[in-house]
Design a protein around this ligand. Structure first.
Ligand SMILES: NC(=O)c1ccc[n+]([C@@H]2O[C@H](COP(=O)([O-])OP(=O)(O)OC[C@H]3O[C@@H](n4cnc5c(N)ncnc54)[C@H](O)[C@@H]3O)[C@@H](O)[C@H]2O)c1
Length: 306
C-alpha cells in the first residue's frame, strides 16, 4: 500500500503534474476537482506523464479523484492547492482545508505570485499554511519555491522541504512572503528589460531571444547570476553596474507595448501572433523542443548542475 496520503486541490495543468510526482514516489494521492471532464481525463494524463519520464504508467493507479474536497483531505498528511489563481477562491478553499484536514496536515498553495499571508489571513492554524511554487511542467522543472509567511512555522517549512526533496524536487526556502517569490522576480526583471528594448527599437523580438539563447542562456543552468558575479569579480560587477544600471528600464507597470499588442489581438500562441507570428506547427515544434531539452537536462546529474 502506498504511504503518506497526499491530497491535491484542483486537477488541472499543475495539479495533475504535482499528483504525478507524488504518485511516482509511492504516495497515494487524492485529487479534489469539481469538473467531471477534468476528473475523467486525470488517469490518462498522469499515465502519459509517467511514461514520458520512463516511469511505470501503472503508478498512476495511486492517483484517485473526487469532487468532494472534504473526502480528499480527510486522512491526508499533506495538501497542495492548485486551483485557479483567484484570491477569493483560494481563501475559501483554505478555510475548507482548515476545517476538514487533520490538524497535523500541512496545507500548501501553488499560487504563482500571491503572498501566502494574504491567503491565510484570518484563518486558524496558519502555522501549517505554506507556499509551494512548482514550475510548469511540474514533473520536469526541479525547483519548488517553499514560501514562509510571517505565520508559517519553521517546522512546517522543514517538513515541506524534506517531503519535496524526498520525491526528487529541488526545494528552495523563501524566507520573506514577497510577491513573485524569487525566481519569478528574476525572470520578470529580464522580461521587463527585453520588452522595453523592443519598445525602444533597440532590436526586434527575435533578436532578443537569439541573444539570450546564444549567450548567458547557455550558461544559466550551471552558472547562477551570483556565481557569475563572483567568477568575473565583484569589482568588475560594480563597475559594470555604474554604467549600465542608469540605462535599464525601471517602470513600475507593464510596458505600454503590451497594451498595444493586446489591443491589436496579438495575444501570443493563443491568437497565432504575439511578439512574432506562430503557426500551429511552429507552436508544436517549440513545445516539443522545450520538452526534449528538459528531458535531456534530467539526465544531467544534479551535482553537475550545482
Ligand atoms: N500554469 C502554470 O504554468 C503555473 C505554474 C505555477 C503555478 N501555477 C499556479 O497553479 C494554480 C493552478 O494553475 P493551473 O495552470 O493548473 O490551472 P488550471 O486551470 O489548469 O487548473 C485549475 C483546476 O482547478 C479546478 N478548480 C476550480 N475551482 C476549484 C475548486 N473550488 N476546488 C478545486 N479545484 C477547482 C479547475 O476545474 C481546474 O481543473 C494557479 O494558482 C496558478 O497560478 C500555474
Amino acid at each position: 500500500m502506498p504511504s503518506a496520503p497526499i491530497a491535491v486541490i484542483g486537477g488541472g495543468l499543475m495539479g495533475a503534474g504535482i499528483a504525478q510526482m507524488f504518485a511516482a514516489a509511492g504516495h497515494s494521492v487524492c485529487i479534489a476537482e469539481p469538473s467531471a471532464d477534468v476528473r475523467a481525463a486525470i488517469p490518462a494524463r498522469v499515465a502519459e506523464g509517467l511514461a514520458q519520464l520512463g516511469q511505470d504508467p501503472a503508478l498512476g493507479a495511486h492517483v484517485t479523484a473526487t469532487a468532494d474536497l472534504a473526502e480528499a483531505v480527510r486522512s491526508a498528511t499533506y495538501v497542495t492547492e492548485a486551483a485557479p489563481e483567484r484570491l477569493d477562491l483560494k481563501r475559501a478553499i483554505f478555510a475548507d482545508l482548515v476545517t476538514h484536514a487533520p490538524r497535523a496536515c500541512i496545507l500548501a498553495s501553488n499560487t504563482s505570485v500571491m503572498p501566502i499571508g494574504s491567503i491565510a489571513d484570518g484563518l486558524d492554524t496558519a502555522d501549517r499554511i505554506v507556499g509551494t511554487h512548482w514550475w510548469n511542467p511540474a514533473a520536469l522543472i526541479p525547483l519548488v519555491e517553499v514560501v514562509q509567511s510571517a505565520r508559517t512555522s519553521d517546522a512546517t517549512v522543514a517538513a515541506t522541504m524534506a517531503l519535496l526533496a524526498s520525491i526528487g524536487k529541488a526545494p528552495a526556502h523563501v524566507r520573506k512572503d514577497t510577491a513573485g517569490f524569487v525566481a519569478n522576480r528574476l525572470q520578470h526583471a529580464l522580461w521587463r528589460e527585453a520588452i522595453a528594448m523592443v519598445a525602444d527599437g533597440i532590436c526586434d523580438a527575435r533578436t532578443i531571444d537569439d541573444c539570450v539563447k546564444n549567450s548567458f542562456g547557455l550558461r544559466l543552468a550551471v552558472l547562477g547570476p551570483l556565481e557569475n558575479a563572483d567568477l568575473v569579480g565583484i569589482d568588475l560587477t560594480q563597475d559594470i553596474h555604474r554604467t549600465i544600471l542608469p540605462e535599464l528600464d525601471r517602470s513600475a507597470g507593464p510596458n505600454p507595448l503590451l497594451g498595444e499588442l493586446i489591443a491589436a489581438g496579438k495575444l501570443g500562441f493563443k491568437s497565432g501572433e504575439g511578439f512574432q507570428a506562430w503557426s500551429p506547427a511552429a507552436q508544436a515544434e517549440l513545445r516539443q523542443r522545450l520538452v526534449d531539452h528538459l528531458l535531456a537536462a534530467r539526465q544531467c546529474p544534479p551535482a553537475a548542475r550545482q
